[in-house]
Design a protein around this ligand. Structure first.
Ligand code: GLA
Length: 719
């Protein structure tokens, strides 16, 4: 709910339990008042007196003694009129000056047009229009309130209302100056095969930046961050989170300055960003979702999970049963024939798998990662008869047929590159990554070409499922199609056309299910989730490593967004051997599947596959719709445990794993969370009943387990 009090010129953005409050101050600037637990609609002007601070310049038009933008808590940082904190926008005029001060002009209730960018569905949007006193640019700040989810989405739009061009050198989505305090910053850092490792550090004075300059949101840093009150933990205390609906280079900054206030701001990374606005042109930023929780990081995660499921992930897919997949990548890599794949499909059908996904290597002359990306025609030398016999075999056996694409890439050794060397980003000398270049998606002819190739394959073979991969990061940022003064637009234009292609294909093929991927979880973000309801979480399929990766990912993203497959042992990434049952248990905490040669399994393992699938069908709704609770942190202890509880608390599913067996480990209990304290639950695997309060406060004994062994429990409320 959004309320405006004209007498005090104050905006109240209420969520179910939170309020976000700001006002137009006497000087016309937007002044932040409160973000946190819900408050009344009072006159808060006495909370924000102008207070003199030396070396804080007084801007023109100050009506209060000592007023300075350097001291004020703001809503979007200008530059050059005395605010020395991180600017939210840098606007260069034609004479070269960069200076901005944004003052209120008016407001209305209206949602913007995000063009090709993903945006959250619904909500109530406030548009505040500001004019830049230093240039002729109008700035519109958008606040979309999702009352039920307790989330506020922010975005900014720039309109050149002058007679000459200006260049945006930075255009962040949001900024907010929070009250001073002792805070930690929490982020998800990592690398390929080890994505989204949680890290919490003290925010001292200065700026802590979470960013990617790779043209993709990246394995290395996720576009999610949180500011946590020092005493807050998993289940208690105040936390603020920010998550960008964006999949490219980004920056999230946490800055504690001399007033002790903390400015959180962010959006597109500006290391190599610029956007030229001719008179009358506009630029809109990606959305940033902000959430506050007084129930610790666990509460914050659940806010984001609910928000992403209700507002971002495609409606049609979000709660629909997910395909149980067998993917041939780790089963065959590039070395397959139609016969080998037929056997895999037949075995999959026997075991109850419902989708076969043909991974990399089916096109051009692709027998290794050295060639053929871009040549999306079937390799009939390898696959006798092409894709039709495979698709038909799947459909005849009752399976869906899926296929891998890496649309954004081109191999140097490809027909496409030979025909269009200027379609690759950069110019020689340039880096390769996995022997490939990146296609210049800022060009419409490139994305149209990809649309044509993909649409033909999808329609010709009745493809049901697409895995969309992206296996390298951007290096030399140059487009042969852009003029010199627009080279800084390349990365963002690239992403807009990637989103547009995904949107176009989804519209044209509404029954095709799309999974995202980027060398595992290298583009696991809310932008991608707007198109792909699930993303391959990591190329690391080792059950123990997955416990950690899925744990980390759950801080920002729901279980249903994580594709999790059982693979073979010794594991291909770590060489580790874990029990088959553990691999199944961990893979059941997401969109499950298999990434191995089902034909090579022992009879007993095949039996386990059938059991795992039957179990998964029982708990799938909990994975898709439930509230996620983290129970035992595998980064801080020998034990991993997580659970999901249905919204009505009638059912729950918990999975745990012991990393290394501990001798005489007799007395370890695990306390469950999120249950109905007054309800009575049957713990299916133990055949016993407990009161919810007992399960949460006294806990259950953890079984004594061998190395990397897992357990799972299914609870039903019976009273
Ligand atoms: C990436 C993906 C893998 C697989 C390979 C194929 O690494 O994450 O799952 O598809 O590409 O080359």
């Amino acid at each position: 709910m959004i309320k405006y009090h004209a007498e005090t010129r104050t905006f109240f953005l209420h969520g179910r339990t939170t309020s976000y409050v700001f006002r137009v101050c006497p000087e016309g600037d937007l002044e932040h008042i409160h973000y946190g637990k819900r408050v009344g609609e009072d006159d808060f002007s006495c909370l924000v007196p102008a207070s003199e601070l030396s070396f804080s310049p007084v801007p023109p038009g100050a009506v209060r003694q000592g007023f300075s933008l350097n001291v004020m808590a703001g809503e979007y940082g200008g530059y050059g009129q005395g605010d020395f904190r991180t600017p939210s926008a840098l606007i260069a005029r034609q004479d070269g000056e960069i200076c901005s001060r944004f003052v209120y002009r008016g407001h209305r209730f209206r949602a913007p047009d995000f063009g090709d960018l993903p945006c959250a569905r619904g909500g109530e949007t406030l548009e505040v229009e500001l004019s830049d006193l230093c240039s002729n640019v109008l700035l519109r700040l958008y606040y979309t309130v999702f009352e039920e989810d307790d989330v506020v989405c922010r975005a900014a739009e720039f309109i050149n209302a002058g007679q000459s061009a200006v260049t945006l050198r930075r255009a962040f989505s949001f900024a907010v100056d929070l009250e001073g305090g002792d805070y930690d910053v929490f982020r998800l850092a990592g690398r390929h095969l080890a994505e989204r490792t949680p890290e919490r550090t003290d925010l001292g004075h200065g700026t802590l930046e979470i960013c990617s300059m790779r043209g993709a949101s990246s394995h290395q840093m996720n576009p999610f961050g949180a500011l946590i009150a020092r005493g807050a933990g998993e289940d208690e205390g105040e936390c603020y989170g920010a998550e960008l609906l964006y999949s490219g280079s980004f920056s999230l900054r946490f800055e504690r300055g001399e007033t002790e206030r903390v400015r959180i701001s962010g959006g597109i990374d500006d290391t190599n960003f610029s956007w030229k606005l001719e008179p009358g042109e506009r630029f809109i930023t990606p959305q940033a979702a902000l959430a506050f929780s007084a129930e610790g990081l666990g509460g914050l995660s659940r806010r984001f999970h609910d928000f992403l499921r209700a507002r971002v992930i495609p409606k049609r897919d979000v709660f629909a049963p997910r395909p149980i997949v067998v993917n041939n990548w780790e089963a065959t890599y590039f070395d397959f024939t139609a016969e080998k794949l037929f056997a895999l499909i037949d075995e999959a059908a026997q075991l109850g798998v419902d989708t076969f996904v043909l991974d990399d290597g089916w096109f051009g002359k692709r027998n290794s990662d050295k060639s053929s990306l871009g040549d999306w025609t079937v390799n009939e030398e390898k696959l006798a008869g092409g894709l039709a016999p495979l698709a038909e075999r799947c459909h005849r056996r009752g399976l869906k047929f899926g296929i891998w694409f890496e649309p954004e890439m081109v191999s140097e050794d490809s027909e496409l590159f030979r025909a269009h060397p200027d379609w690759a980003i950069g110019k020689p000398p340039r880096c390769t990554g996995r022997n490939q270049y990146i296609l210049d998606f800022s060009r419409a002819d490139v994305s149209d070409y990809l649309y044509g190739r993909m649409a033909e394959i999808l329609s010709r073979y009745g493809v049901d499922y697409v895995k969309w991969d992206m296996n390298r990061h951007m290096t030399e940022f140059f487009s042969a199609a852009l003029p010199a003064d627009r080279q800084g637009e390349l990365q963002h234009r690239y992403l807009l056309n990637v989103y547009a292609l995904a949107r176009r294909l989804k519209k044209e093929f509404p029954d095709v299910f799309f999974e995202g991927c980027s060398g595992g979880g290298g583009r696991f973000d809310a932008g991608m989730l707007a198109f792909f309801p699930q993303i391959w979480t990591s190329d690391d399929t080792d059950a123990y490593e997955r416990a950690k990766i899925q744990w980390g990912t759950s801080y920002a993203y729901p279980m249903s967004a994580m594709s999790c497959h059982v693979s073979v042992c010794p594991n291909h990434q770590t060489g580790r051997t874990t029990p088959f049952s553990s691999r199944g248990a961990l893979a059941s905490l997401g969109a499950t599947g298999y990434e191995l040669d089902l034909c090579a399994l022992t009879g007993e393992e095949k039996g386990q596959v059938a059991e795992q699938i039957a179990n998964y069908k029982k708990i799938a709704r909990l994975v898709l719709e439930g509230d996620c609770y983290r129970l035992s942190d595998p980064f801080k202890s020998n034990y991993f445990a997580m659970m999901t509880v249905s919204k009505d608390k009638s059912e729950a599913y918990a999975v745990g794993m012991t990393a290394l067996a501990v001798p005489a480990d007799f007395s370890r209990r695990i306390r469950l969370k999120g249950l109905d304290g007054r309800g009575e639950y049957l713990v299916e695997e133990l055949g016993v009943k407990f009161c919810g309060a007992s399960l949460m406060n006294a806990g259950l004994s953890m079984p004594r387990l061998n190395d990397f062994s897992a357990w799972s429990l299914h609870l039903h409320r019976v009273g």
